[in-house]
Write a protein that binds this ligand. Sequence first.
Ligand SMILES: Cc1cc2nc3c(=O)[nH]c(=O)nc-3n(C[C@H](O)[C@H](O)[C@H](O)COP(=O)(O)OP(=O)(O)OC[C@H]3O[C@@H](n4cnc5c(N)ncnc54)[C@H](O)[C@@H]3O)c2cc1C
Ligand SMILES: *[C@@H]1O[C@H](CO)[C@@H](O)[C@H](O)[C@H]1NC(C)=O
Ligand SMILES: *[C@@H]1O[C@H](CO)[C@@H](O)[C@H](O)[C@H]1NC(C)=O
Ligand SMILES: *[C@@H]1O[C@H](CO)[C@@H](O)[C@H](O)[C@H]1NC(C)=O
Ligand SMILES: *[C@@H]1O[C@H](CO)[C@@H](O)[C@H](O)[C@H]1NC(C)=O
Length: 526
Amino acid sequence: MVSPIIPLSLLVLLLSVSMANSASFQESFVQCLHLTQSEFASSIYTPSNPSFTSLLNSSAQNLRLLVPSAPKPELIFTPSDDSHVQAAVICSKKLGIHFIVRSGGHDYEGVSYVSEIESPFIIVDLVKLRGINVDIKSNTAWVQAGATNGELYYRIYEKSSVHGFPAGLCTSLGIGGHITGGAYGAMMRKFGLGVDNVLDAKIVDANGRILDREAMGEDLFWAIRGGGGGSFGILLWWKVKLVPVPPTVTVFTVTKSLEQGATKILQRWQEVAPYIDENLFIRVIIQPFRAGNNTQRTIITSYNALFLGGASTLLQVMKTSFPELGLTRKDCLETSWIKSVLYIAGFPSNTPPQVLLKGKPTFKNFFKAKSDFVREPIPEIGLQGLWQRLLIEDAPLMIWNPYGGRMSQVSESDTPFPHRNGTLYKIQYLSAWQEGDKNVAKHIDWIRKLYSYMGPYVSTSPREAYVNYRDLDLGVNTKNSTNYIQASSWGYRYFKNNFERLVKVKTKVDPENVFRHEQSIPPLPI
Ligand SMILES: Cc1cc2nc3c(=O)[nH]c(=O)nc-3n(C[C@H](O)[C@H](O)[C@H](O)COP(=O)(O)OP(=O)(O)OC[C@H]3O[C@@H](n4cnc5c(N)ncnc54)[C@H](O)[C@@H]3O)c2cc1C
Ligand SMILES: *[C@@H]1O[C@H](CO)[C@@H](O)[C@H](O)[C@H]1NC(C)=O
Ligand SMILES: *[C@@H]1O[C@H](CO)[C@@H](O)[C@H](O)[C@H]1NC(C)=O
Ligand SMILES: *[C@@H]1O[C@H](CO)[C@@H](O)[C@H](O)[C@H]1NC(C)=O
Ligand SMILES: *[C@@H]1O[C@H](CO)[C@@H](O)[C@H](O)[C@H]1NC(C)=O
């Protein structure tokens, strides 16, 4: 099909007719980009474009931030080339237009597609930049920001069954936003985080230049490996180091209800899981269960695990270290690493690995989440109080992720991600609800109260939190210059003392705060 050639001036005219007062804003941005006509047609979306809302919705993971009352962008730009990303930064800066950046759209507070603090704003959506070049010979891969971690896993699997990469469990995460915040997954106890396995990067800086590791220098290269997305530049590419995986791995899921002794087993898990063989990652998913008639209620704990080895070795490890769980050979499924990825991500069995190329999340809902790090086992009385609180909410979920192993060997200041030695496990709290629920305030209030209840049992001074589980309850930036002081409220929780170095780097590389959102690292006042 031959697309009709519409002169740019006519398009601009059409835009200005339909856009009324935002016209000049969009018009000047688009003119500045110097796109060809076909690039213009396929990469500029204004609210009058019939595809605008479906594009806005496409990768947005938290439906809470898509409700009609949530602020909407004036324009979405989907660059198809690294040079377009440079142009977007240069033009936005020149014209004073606020932009936010989206890769995979999984931000817990939607700061990659909604700005609550600045209006107007536009989105630079990297959905089209998803190149992946795996080089088995050198054990490395270059991955473009808009690709998902699932696509990366698939492209590695295509070339080798004994290589992998240690990043997220969920397989629709954007490499751009995911690795910038740490990136943990089922191999973290053996190989550390995604950021611990990064060799190089290409970013667009605040002046629109493309910098690799050598050009950006070690301070900035340090900051982008865990300092959180949207603060230091736009990540274009990561160069990652592949890790060896055995041809056979083993997965299992064993569930225990309160009646089956869940409380005692979970107490034991807290003492064992952070110290057990580093080839073994056993997370616990905790949910209330109600029988249909709602009279019989209990808590179900699911022990969901990956072992980098065969079932017989796993059974020996469990017999020695964690016999309380009662793992049997029948519970174990021996499989390949790529299939273990699908298993842990929750795809139905027999789903072909090609599903990873769809880059689509398995589900979407409305949610509010929080995180904690635990340094001392929670005593039984603490767990009992937790069960009571979980049973009163409609769709709560907790996930406990064990640390230890490689995570304890990396020092707190090696990368901005500080939750290292001494951390037993991380807790994620989640409250989710469906479209049309009238009790949104109740769900949010519930999770805040639960968080407050947990205070005595988790890390303190600071009460640590995972930046990739962004939580705006911890504090937000405002448009004015008091940001640095306000940011301390969340900055030390996400980064501990690394926060101060992050602020120094930010002040040096982006003193005008071109890259900013509700929880971006603030520069010191000039
Ligand atoms: C269902 C679900 C499961 C998850 N599972 C895991 C998990 O197993 N392990 C884990 O570690 N985390 C997990 N996360 C958290 C996830 O790592 C973060 O939400 C991460 O920020 C997502 O990256 P993204 O590109 O998809 O998100 P986006 O929403 O696109 O971006 C997140 C942040 O990074 C910024 N950003 C995006 N792209 C770029 C770029 N190219 N350059 C600079 N900044 C950028 C955005 O502006 C925003 O501030 C999960 C999240 C969800 C919703
Ligand atoms: C976008 O998502 C919102 C929130 O779920 C929904 O109300 C709306 O219908 C969706 N629009 C499209 C075009 O998908
Ligand atoms: C409720 O359901 C449970 C499990 O299905 C059952 O054991 C119990 O007897 C039921 N209670 C009532 C009052 O029907
Ligand atoms: C971790 O901390 C413990 C106790 O605080 C210490 O004994 C151990 O040596 C530390 N491990 C590493 C690798 O630093
Ligand atoms: C900065 O903004 C916040 C919130 O909008 C406001 O409460 C505060 O007074 C402002 N401070 C200054 C110095 O303008």
